[in-house]
Ligand binder design. Sequence first.
Ligand SMILES: [Zn+2]
Length: 201
Amino acid sequence: MNEVHVLFEGYSTQNPDGSMSANCSCVLIKTGEVRILVDSMTPWDGPKIKESLSQHHCLSQDDIDFVVSTHGHSDHVGNNNLFLKATHIVGHSMSHKDKYFEHDFDASSFTLSPGVFVKATPGHTLDSVSVIVTDTRLGTIAIVGDLFEKEEDLLDDQVWIEAGSENVSKQRQNRAAILALADQIVPGHGPMFSVHKAKVS
Ligand SMILES: [Zn+2]
């Protein structure tokens, strides 16, 4: 059975002075053989990611085989440099040391481990991806970056549109596709939620 652990729940809040505070959801996926980190937060979060991996999962940064950044925004890629043994996927680009791999994510998903794959879900950015994990205790879990900002955006389109969408109609289409295939969604900036009764507004 595959395991999904939300190391840190993402958030985004409007401050009284009009500025925004935000950080992304950071997720560890453990399978039989392979360990994957999804979205590495801001550059200031390295010590707490390392501490969470070691204290709760007895893992060091060198035990991570893949780092997937759902897209290239600065609050999702800040600590990629901690994971030097990993293969890195950032949106549609993939590299390990100086080897740069091409994969046509628009044509097919990319399998990281049995039941764990990376799928193109453009909208928030045109090269955004989601990680789909099947066979977990909670069914199929989709870790979607900012395709979904937070659960509240199911009821109010403006929440995800105002968070930034490079292509609203593609994002709407991919949101529907993820709702159809997942039991649980980890959004970019909110706690994991169940899709049982969720509908795209
Ligand atoms: Zn974000």
